[in-house]
Design a protein around this ligand. Structure first.
Ligand code: CO
Length: 220
């Protein structure tokens, strides 16, 4: 039974097409630059660290017209920066302290399924524990959000606030604060991508030091 399922999976068109697509990618790439892989394999020094949504429609390189090697990427549901998330913290630590990226960008997107789920009163199972953090963002901005009658519009505003709060969460980490204290140039930014237009909007919450941070979050 298992063997049959495995066989069906391996033979599915979609699965085969992925590997065929890879062959095509290698062929096309080598045609335009015979040393492409050789050069890329030497190492990476990306100037940007990207925290984005896992949504399949928001690939960091494609929507910023950048090449492999230019953006270090971490993605999860609804582009969250959660203080107890060892995965995110490990990637952030590596990006800031080893790769010495210059910019960290949290990129959300309108129509985000994670944010839409969080704004509802439905239960979705395990993921509710993750989405709870978005409900906390809602609570912080409930006065404004409750006034927006159109649910899609309200959701999109929450998408923006979710990016902004996650930018603040980044700034509150000891990793970012230590970089600033040590004089390491590091910008932290918040963007939103529109699935409908392909356009990225800068939410203009960029921070380059802890000057505007609430005192309680600062480290000496
Ligand atoms: Co999303």
């Amino acid at each position: 039974m298992c063997a049959k399922i495995e066989n069906d999976t391996l033979n599915s068109e979609l699965y085969k097409n992925l590997l065929e697509g890879n062959k095509q990618f290698v062929e096309d790439t080598l045609k335009s630059d015979p040393h492409y892989f050789e050069n890329l394999a030497k190492g990476q020094a990306p100037p940007v660290f990207w925290i984005g949504c896992a949504d399949s429609r928001v690939p960091a390189n494609q929507i910023t017209h950048t090449a492999p090697g230019q953006i270090f990427v971490h993605r999860n549901i609804a582009n969250m920066v959660i203080h107890s998330d060892m995965n995110m913290l490990s990637v952030l630590d590596y990006a800031v302290n080893v790769l010495k990226v210059k910019q960290v960008i949290v990129t959300g997107h309108y129509g985000c399924g994670g944010v839409m789920a969080a704004i509802s009163n439905e239960q979705f199972g395990l993921i509710d524990n993750w989405l709870r953090h978005i409900k906390d963002v809602y609570r912080l901005h409930a006065n404004e959000l409750d006034q927006i009658k159109d649910i899609d519009e309200r959701c999109d505003r929450l998408v923006e606030y979710n990016v902004i709060e996650n930018v603040y969460n980044l700034c509150k980490t000891s990793i970012v604060q230590n970089a600033w204290h040590n004089g390491q140039p590091l910008g932290v930014h918040g963007w939103v991508y529109s699935l409908k237009t392909g356009i990225i909007t800068d939410l203009k919450v960029s921070a380059y030091d802890d000057a505007n941070m609430d005192n309680v979050f600062k480290f000496k």
